[in-house]
Design a protein around this ligand. Structure first.
Ligand code: XIL
Length: 333
């Protein structure tokens, strides 16, 4: 059986999101054998890497980047500007008052200069702005602190700062729920505006937090084609296929069902993964990376999201790091 990176060597790099604890023992072996791209799962986000105005915490990211370089693995940077996991100090002054537009832009620039600058030449693609578009309501822009204080131009500024700090890196806008008609349209409008203004943006990241029930092949293909029509590359940046139905959960608001991982789910998941990778290969001219969000079912962020303490089984490797049925459907084509 070929490994993932062998099977896909003529298509795109296969990535994985990691924390420093994944870099030793059986998980490290699995990463080195199977993957040729890495994304730090949390360590490059604003909060973890820039906890106070005059303090950066580089240790975890340095370790991940060094591991990647030592093993010939590319690094995707995630992320430079997001409404989540951003420390309170970013938006407030010493007296606790909300900062002005000028101050926040300066902080954003300093942050991006420092982070993208430190890893310049080592990050081949950056998620510059993450999740700037809302899922519901009539607004094009999510009402984040960045939007409230700076206005819509925080997005293009972030891209300009990133491009100045690392002119070679490919710069991505990254979001989830990208197959939802309404949200897809909004993201398309946003990207179209950025392109029309000549903002240095090279692609769009579809996070790919999907489930065994969604998206359908036509829904996914429509997203790829629409975004690619703007001259953008596509990367699947955070792929996992939950065994729980996501749209249903969004509607119900308080999902409570817990399930055993049944053979039926395992089969559906294999079929779903096969459909996804058939589609990615079909569009290999525009799909330039596919990254899984975590290493194996032993531990995934979905074990605690959106429902705390509900085990999920969304990846290609099981809790003992063994390939699942879905794995074989992905590497045999
Ligand atoms: C998640 C991490 O996996 C978790 O460990 C953390 O507690 C929360 O963030 N969209 C993103 C990622 O862009 O950064 C998120 O990662 C998952 C959703």
């Amino acid at each position: 059986e070929p490994t993932l990176k062998e099977a896909y060597k003529n298509f795109f790099p296969i990535g994985v999101a990691v924390a420093p604890r994944n870099l030793t023992g059986p998980e490290a072996d699995l990463i080195i054998r199977q993957f040729n791209s890495i994304t730090p799962e949390n360590s490059m986000k604003m909060g973890p890497i820039h906890p106070e105005e005059n303090r950066y915490a580089w240790t975890d990211t340095d370790a991940i980047v060094a591991f990647a370089q030592k093993n010939g693995i590319k690094v995707r940077g995630h992320n430079l500007c997001w409404h989540n996991q951003t420390p309170r100090w970013f938006f407030t002054d010493a007296a606790g008052k909300q900062v002005t537009k000028d101050v926040l832009l300066k902080r954003l620039k300093d942050h991006i200069d420092a982070v993208a600058g430190r890893y310049k030449g080592k990050i081949y693609a950056w998620d510059v702005v993450n999740e700037a578009v809302p899922d519901t309501g009539n607004q094009l822009y999510r009402k984040s602190k960045f939007y409230e204080i700076i206005g819509e131009d925080y997005i293009e500024k972030a891209f300009e700062y990133a491009h100045a700090a690392d002119p070679v890196a490919q710069l991505y806008y990254n979001d989830y729920n990208t197959e939802n008609k309404v949200k897809r349209d909004r993201i398309y409008q946003l990207l179209k505006k950025l392109k029309a203004k000549g903002v240095p943006i090279h692609g769009v990241g579809l996070q790919g937090h999907w489930s065994i029930y969604e998206p359908t092949a036509p829904e996914l293909e429509e997203s790829i084609s629409r975004f690619a029509s703007l001259g953008l590359k596509i990367q699947i940046t955070e792929l996992d296929v939950s065994v729980y139905p996501k749209e249903h959960e969004r509607r119900e608001k308080k999902p409570t069902d817990k399930s055993e991982y049944t053979a039926d789910m395992n089969d559906r998941q294999a079929a779903h993964y096969k459909m996804l990778f058939d589609m990615f290969r079909k569009h290999k001219d525009v799909v330039t990376n596919v990254t899984f969000w975590n290493v194996s079912d032993k531990s995934t962020w979905l074990d605690n999201f959106p429902v705390p303490d509900r085990k999920d089984y969304p990846l290609l490797f099981d809790q003992n790091y063994q390939p699942k049925k879905a794995y074989y459907g992905v590497v045999r084509f």
